[in-house]
Design a protein around this ligand. Structure first.
Ligand code: IVH
Length: 683
């Protein structure tokens, strides 16, 4: 080939690399893809083809070279020239005050300090070394002085550029940050492991660590690892034209300009009051984040002040991690009880030696089901790790086998219902074991009554769990309709029940009779029919009678109702005793207003399926969904060939890409609102 021919190829290759880097950056760092996946794949294939035909033009920083060919046989050690430090912790606002006071005393300053605030990601600390803008090495923190060379795995992380973008790169730049697995990636990974019969990971952090510790980079490449950068280490040979930033927040901005991912929640505040406000703000948002954090890192923003403050042993004086209250603790499993739920599901509940975790004392935790007990390999007497996340029921996540006492005994799952002694059954393909006693079983009866009376169902004020237990135990009530026959005398005769509260309850029962169709359907406690499905049923059919009559096929036409739910509804409404209770409830005076049902055929979006993704500004996603349903559209959770249109707000990710790939129409919030207005619907 002629010299000019080969230089034309070189230009072509370079142009493809530049384009691919840019798209990678938009997709993985900014979360703002600008081309469909298919186009990206085509560019990548073109590059790969050219590189295969011209191996002499292949370079290690090419976007085609993320996964090296061969697994390593061992890890090399890496010495960190500047040690990777740890952080001191604070657990309260008082400790934050002390931190701020120490700093101001040391700096002899009265004015407020400016702090950079960053979420403390719960992942693995890594160091990236860029030489002349090209990624040369990735390493774990290890003990802070010596880590492991994990370049082969680091190269597979799509948000880590193999070559920095922009210009002005120092000759040597060490970037530090956290590699982690977002929650959905973690779930997907465990789901895959479940399918493959592989080992499940306990939490995203362990999964990320386990992935980085693999010798074969193909494993890391198959898992959605992310990286967020939070500081720099060694920096040498800064070009004269670049003025190196002198604030932590500006360093992050500079890193982002070079194509590295930083946390979008990062912020700068004034003084300790600003730190507290930021902490509260993020603590409130924590459960809604797409990744796990275990606290907030506060750093003196001014680098000159940082240098003045320096370090004590292994942690800087100028930074602190304010941790959220611990969410995992170890304690002893004293016993296991089996609870029977409303639908007969038998749940093993661990009775624990009380332990303080996530801000509350926990003495019970769920063990979910029989499979989970087997998976954990847990025995009575074991020391276990208990986790409490947000408002979720505490759960046992693992067993510390080294602490197992000789007296530990196996947990036997009952073959008969612990409450009514009916045999238990397990439907194939389901994890749950159920009592077959139905409403013969007192536990099921009590639970369904509690559900019936609950706030979001019939909202019977004053009819709490304890009272339901009492009423059933005393034989005063068997089913929901019996509640409405209760008299003040009967109630006043109960233990701990005064005449006044008896009267109040009878009044509350009477008030509860006027309800809505949706609440009534929800209150019936049909399996898998939650509030949303109940509302959809009500809006679709308008009244109860047509639902009782509806064939499975007609039920399937309702939003969110699939074959399983339709089957549960039919089974419930085909059972004589359930119809008898419904009848008795109506005779007792339970009533609602019929819901007006529009003839779906006449609605503007009838027969269409829409998807809403990203964040909307003028309305919530639920609001958008309700508006679409009002116009007759079915709203789905994922994009397919059958999707009619996608409403995409900022931050839309894979659903948007999929829509573009399939050529499905996509509109932004503005056009969506215009459409609603046109049809006289408000979001
Ligand atoms: S700064 C000298 N910033 O927390 C400062 N660390 O206990 C050292 N971490 O191992 C780190 N998010 O992996 C810093 N925004 C953040 C962080 C962060 C998470 C981790 C880091 C380190 C540990 C410190």
């Amino acid at each position: 080939m002629s010299a000019s021919g080969s230089s034309a190829v070189a230009d072509e290759i370079e142009s493809l690399r530049v384009q691919l880097r840019e798209h990678n950056y938009r997709y993985y760092v900014l979360d703002e893809p600008s081309i469909p996946d298919a186009t990206y794949d085509r560019l990548m294939r073109e590059l790969q083809a050219l590189e295969a035909a011209h191996p002499e033009l292949v370079t290690e920083d090419s976007p085609s070279r993320r996964v090296g060919a061969e697994p390593l046989t061992e890890f090399k050690q890496v010495r960190h020239e500047l040690p990777m430090l740890s952080l001191d912790n604070a657990f309260s606002a008082e400790e934050m005050l002390e931190f701020d006071k120490r700093i101001r005393q040391r700096l002899k300053r009265d004015e407020e300090i400016e702090y950079a605030c960053e979420p403390k990601l719960d992942g693995i600390a890594v160091s990236l070394l860029y030489r002349d803008g090209v990624l040369e090495r990735g390493a774990t923190r290890g003990d802070g002085r010596t880590g492991e060379d994990i370049t082969h795995n680091i190269r597979t992380v799509q948000s880590i550029p193999l070559k920095l973008m922009g210009e002005g790169h120092p000759a040597l730049l060490e970037v530090r940050g956290e590699v982690y697995l977002p929650r959905d990636g973690f779930e997907a990974m465990n789901e895959q492991a479940r399918v493959d019969g592989g080992k499940l990971f306990v939490n995203p952090r362990n999964a990320a660590a386990g992935t980085l510790r693999q010798l074969d980079p193909k494993i890391a490449a198959s898992r959605p690892l992310q990286m967020c950068c939070y500081s720099v280490g060694v920096v040498e040979g800064v070009p004269a034209a670049l003025s190196w930033p002198d604030r932590q927040s500006d360093i992050l901005t500079q890193l982002q300009q070079w194509g590295l991912r930083i946390n979008s929640e990062s912020d700068v505040v004034e003084g300790v009051a600003g730190c507290d406000a930021y902490y509260e703000h993020l603590a409130g948002k924590r459960d809604a984040l797409t990744y796990d954090i275990d606290g907030i890192v506060f750093k003196v923003n001014d680098i000159v002040l940082q240098q003045e403050l320096g370090f004590v042993s292994r942690a800087p004086r100028w930074a602190i991690a304010r941790k959220f209250p611990a969410q995992e603790e170890s304690t002893r499993l004293l016993d296991v009880e089996f609870q029977v739920g409303r639908t007969g599901a038998i749940t093993p509940v661990a009775r624990l030696e009380p332990v303080f975790v996530g801000g509350v004392t926990v003495s019970n935790a769920t063990l979910h089901n029989r499979d989970e007990i087997e998976r954990l390999g847990v025995k009575k007497g074991d020391t276990v790790i208990v986790r409490r996340a947000g408002d979720v029921i505490p759960q046992v996540v693992s067993v510390i086998e080294s602490k197992r006492p000789k007296t530990a005994s196996a947990i036997r799952f009952p073959s008969r219902c612990p409450v009514c002694d009916s045999p238990v059954e397990r439907i194939e393909g389901e994890a749950v074991v159920r009592c077959t006693g139905g409403l013969v079983c007192q536990a099921q009866r009590k639970q369904s009554l509690k559900h019936f009376a609950s706030r979001r169902a019939m909202d019977i004020e004053g009819l709490g769990d304890k009272l339901v237990d009492q009423l059933v135990d005393e034989g005063l009530v068997e089913n929901a309709a019996d509640l409405y026959a209760l008299t003040v005398e009967q109630l006043a005769g109960l233990e701990r029940m005064a005449e006044k509260s008896a009267q109040n309850l009878v009044d509350a029962l009477s008030t509860s009779k006027r309800t809505s169709l949706a609440r009534f359907i929800f209150a019936l406690g049909i399996r898998e029919v939650g509030e949303a499905t109940a509302l959809n049923l009500a809006n679709h059919f308008g009244d109860l009678a047509p639902i009782i009559e509806a064939s499975e096929e007609k039920l399937l036409a309702v939003d969110d109702v699939g074959p399983v739910v339709a089957d549960h509804i039919r089974q419930f409404l085909d059972a004589e005793q359930n119809l008898a209770v419904i009848d008795a409830l109506l005779k007792a005076g339970v009533e609602w207003e019929k819901v007006e049902v529009a003839d779906a055929g006449e609605l503007p979006l009838a027969g269409q399926t829409w998807v809403v993704t990203g964040t909307l500004e003028a309305t919530s996603r639920d609001g958008a969904k309700a508006a679409l349903q009002q116009l007759g559209a079915k709203v789905a959770g994922s994009v397919s060939k059958k999707t009619s249109c996608v409403v995409a707000g900022p931050g839309a990710g894979s659903k948007l890409t999929k829509a573009q790939e399939l050529g499905v129409e996509v509109i932004d919030e503005e056009s969506f609102l215009a459409l609603l207005e046109q049809h006289g619907v408000s979001p």
